[in-house]
Write a protein that binds this ligand. Structure first.
Ligand code: TXA
Ligand code: MG
Length: 346
């Protein structure tokens, strides 16, 4: 298969029309969103939906998100929508926020990996919204990465994973946020945060103080345990390099990272340290990469940096842990998973 690639900055109409036609005719399209790139299909075309699982190598019980551009679509595909959910949609849509609701049964259960619920999101990215509108469809889309790999925040990375496997790739520049959307479930009495993202727990609680956090956000699910979100079962965001997170008091973290670094070097392997810019000088003379000036920059750079470690042939990435509130909760969730929960308290 030949992949048609469009740069939406210079090929706005041509690219979006090609994408919309491909979706409407049952093909897959990779497209930009404000969180990460998605690999989309018509939500009503089962064969196209199945193709997503095949192309990504995704386990069939890991459910997909339905992307919409119109508020009225929610009532068409979901039911028993609590007021709390409506308040949150009003507050955070369009944007990096996904709600899990009871499905009305209009869309196939296969989209939700067999569950009777549906995850729904209205993205704010202008290209994504226009693609949905022009295709006339609701678009189901997981992140555009081979299953288990770090999510893609640029079209170049999508090409790395999917060139020759997907007919259309739309390049909309770098993803603004860089981490996948916040996923919040409204199927119980109170909202439950299943996956942290750009809409923080603090923001959710400012609308609904009773919002709780799934245990799986910061801790490992035991084998055999049933998580609230099937995606939490799987190894995620993993580069080929091993990843370790060291957290705790700053000076202790520095010392522990240095000792792990030298241990690795001594074994003949290639370690690299990932830390915020303001701490880089602590590791002078060692191989160190700056994740950014603040949490926003770190979120934006994280997935690309994990892929870069592989391009450079790094064996071990040593992460300085970040604070676990605000956007730091989402960053911690992603790096803990990338590390397979190899977390060291210094
Ligand atoms: O930002 C995003 O959400 C991106 C862009 C493309 O929109 N999409 C994305 O999709 O991250 P994906 O498939 O990589 O992650 C979807 C997550 C998974 O953890 C999945 O388990 C959860 O949402 N999810 C989907 N449907 C669900 C449901 N019915 N119940 C519980 N969790 C669900
Ligand atoms: Mg994903």
């Amino acid at each position: 298969m030949i992949t048609r690639y469009y740069d939406l900055k210079t090929q706005y109409n041509e690219g979006l029309n090609a994408g919309a036609e491909a979706i409407a005719s049952g093909q897959l399209v990779i497209f930009p969103t404000e969180t990460v790139y998605g690999i989309g299909a018509d939500s009503e075309n089962l064969e196209a939906v199945r193709n997503i699982y095949i192309v990504k190598g995704r386990p069939s019980n890991n459910p997909l998100i339905v992307h919409i551009a119109d508020f009225s679509d929610v009532d068409r595909i979901a039911m028993d929508i609590p007021d709390k959910a409506r308040k949150m949609m009003d507050a955070f849509w369009p944007g990096p926020f996904t709600i899990v609701l009871k499905s009305r049964g209009v869309l196939s259960r296969e989209i939700a990996g067999g569950l009777d619920t549906l995850a729904i999101r209205m993205p704010s990215n202008e290209y994504a919204r226009e693609l949905i509108k022009r295709s006339g469809k609701m678009i189901v889309a997981p992140s555009a990465n081979i299953s288990g790999r770090p999510s893609a925040t640029s079209a170049r990375v999508c090409m790395e994973d999917f060139e020759g496997k997907v007919p259309v790739i739309l390049d909309g520049g770098e993803s603004r946020i860089g981490l996948e959307s916040t996923v919040c479930s409204f199927t119980g009495e109170h909202p439950v945060l299943l996956r942290p993202g750009g809409i923080t727990l603090e923001m959710l609680r400012s609308i609904e103080p009773s919002t709780s956090v799934s245990r799986a956000v910061l801790t490992q699910i035991a084998p055999g345990e049933r998580p609230e979100s099937p995606g939490m079962l799987y190894k995620h965001y993993s580069p080929r390099a091993a990843v370790k997170v060291v957290r705790g008091e700053e000076d202790k973290v520095e010392n522990k990272i240095k000792s792990l670094y030298h241990e690795e070097l001594g074994k003949g392997f290639r370690p690299v340290i990932y830390c915020p810019s303001f701490n880089a000088s602590r590791y002078e003379g060692l191989s160190v990469r700056e994740t950014g000036e603040d949490l926003n920059e770190t979120a934006h750079n994280l997935f690309e940096m994990l892929r870069e470690a592989d391009r450079e042939g790094v064996d071990l990435v040593l992460f300085e842990g970040v604070r676990e509130d605000g956007l730091g909760l989402a960053i911690s969730n992603r790096i803990f998973r990338a590390a397979g929960f190899d977390i060291i308290d210094a």
